[in-house]
Design a protein around this ligand. Sequence first.
Ligand code: ZN
Length: 140
Amino acid sequence: MQNNFYREVINDHNLRPVHKHELTDANLEMRGMNPSCGDDITLRLRVNDGIIEDGAYTGDGCAISQASADIMLELVIGRTVSEAEELKDIFLRMIKGKITDEEFDKLEEAGALTDVSHMPARVKCAVLGWHTLESMLAEE
Ligand code: ZN
């Protein structure tokens, strides 16, 4: 039951992404690649005064990589850089299988990727967007 719901969330973000487009006024841009699957995304953010005002991605890849990037942007747009970094840490720990229920709730739709923790071959797909975000914000 829950697995079906999670699959639907992922399919929906893959087929009808909300944040997959260009972002002409972005001030941060970074490409992330996962050669083992062929996932290749470019993440763009507009960050002002420590707040992620807007974000988008372009690129190609498997459903998990694309849905994960879309869900991540949905979660971090409108948040501060430090909030986004905290969510990124929680997400990466979820993929390793170690978070509390309270932390799981903070991830909102990103929780739909929890099953990837049992699919080692898909881990790099799921974390691609988040690792790219991590690198971008570290340079801020
Ligand atoms: Zn992939």
